[in-house]
Design a protein around this ligand. Structure first.
Ligand SMILES: [Mg+2]
Length: 331
């Protein structure tokens, strides 16, 4: 077999506005683009290292170099062997997704044809409203009013309640879920749940830090709890399924499309609802997750909406939906 060249390159993309969640604010995103090439055909993957999980561009670059060594010498670029040899990480995700892209291009099939999944024309995604002043959050809500579901980021302090109430008043029929990114304290949890029930909020994503997960198991509420930071990869599912009704599956947490697909099946076996989510990334980081969206009850793949400029051949977002990635981008 022709020796493959596996390389990775750090890239930066500006956001069109600052993006704030409970633990961070940023104006720029740093990603790694992986290329696997035989000199004629090239496959691509992308990941976004996340400080929350002690990840960095340099750390993931190092991992990609280690993976590249073994892939070239022993593995013949096999996704299954990649999964057997390396733990889930953004680095593994970018390589796994690049292998998929390379192989699909080589056999000239789309990911949809290969997996025998009917390709939709478009996918409905939710739109995220990050934390800022009430005025700015209402402006963002107006900008995204065509999206059927809003995901509103929470700060874990009382000002959340006023903002949520105002957004609900402005959009009485909108599906709304909230994401606290671990910011709610256990003492405040019941306050949040009762206000969310009153405001007909459908779901609370990652209300508290994972160490408090057990408290969720005792709560009787119509509101669905969704694990994000508490459920990184497939090995976390059995630990959280008594406390949460849903999990947020992301490629970077799962370690690539291969294991994210396994995670979808395992979540369903364990009666968990599925949200397909994403890190802040470009369309290349989103494209493989469109497959996961077809298994999902909730889709949150809106990261490219926040970029000042996406990479070439990016995914189009229109009328509250995202179009399917072109083959030239990925898959
Ligand atoms: Mg989240």
């Amino acid at each position: 077999m022709h020796k493959l060249d596996i390389s990775c390159k750090p890239e930066k993309f500006l956001l069109s506005d600052s993006f704030t969640i409970s633990r961070s604010k940023r104006n720029i995103i740093k990603v790694l683009k992986v290329t696997i090439s035989d000199g004629i055909i090239s496959g691509y993957g992308e990941c976004t290292p996340n400080k929350r999980y002690n990840q960095s561009i340099s750390g993931e670059t190092q991992k990609i170099k280690e993976i590249a060594k073994l892939l070239n010498n022993k593995f013949d670029c096999d996704n299954i062997k990649l999964l057997e040899q390396f733990d889930p990480s953004p680095a593994r995700s970018a390589v796994d997704n690049a292998i998929w892209d390379y192989k699909l291009k080589k056999i000239n099939k789309s990911i949809w044809e290969y997996l025998k999944i009917e390709k939709p024309d478009s996918i409905k995604t939710m739109a995220t409203i990050d934390i800022s002043s009430l005025e700015k959050m209402l402006t963002k809500a107006n900008k995204f009013k065509e999206y059927k579901t809003f995901k509103i980021k929470l700060k874990g302090i009382l000002s959340d309640f006023k903002k949520l109430t105002k957004i609900r008043e402005a959009y009485p029929k909108k599906n709304i879920i909230v994401d606290a990114n671990e910011a709610i304290s256990p003492e405040n949890l019941m306050n949040y749940i009762s206000i969310c029930e009153n405001l007909k909020i459908e779901m609370i994503e990652q209300p508290m830090k994972p160490e408090f997960d057990k408290l969720l198991g005792k709560i009787k509420s119509k509101i669905i709890f969704c694990a994000d930071e508490s459920c990184k990869n497939i090995s976390d599912i059995l630990g959280i399924n008594n406390y949460y009704g849903a999990i947020n599956i992301k490629l970077d947490k799962a370690g690539g499309l291969s294991d994210a697909l396994n995670m979808c099946h395992y979540a369903k076996e364990n009666d968990l609802l599925i949200m397909t989510g994403c890190m802040m990334c470009t369309s290349l980081g989103i494209a493989p997750a469109q497959i996961l969206a077809t298994y999902s009850n909730y889709v949150d793949l809106d990261a490219p909406l926040f970029l000042a400029e996406d990479r070439n051949n990016g995914i189009s977002y229109e009328s509250g939906r995202m179009l399917i990635a072109k083959k030239i981008l990925w898959g």
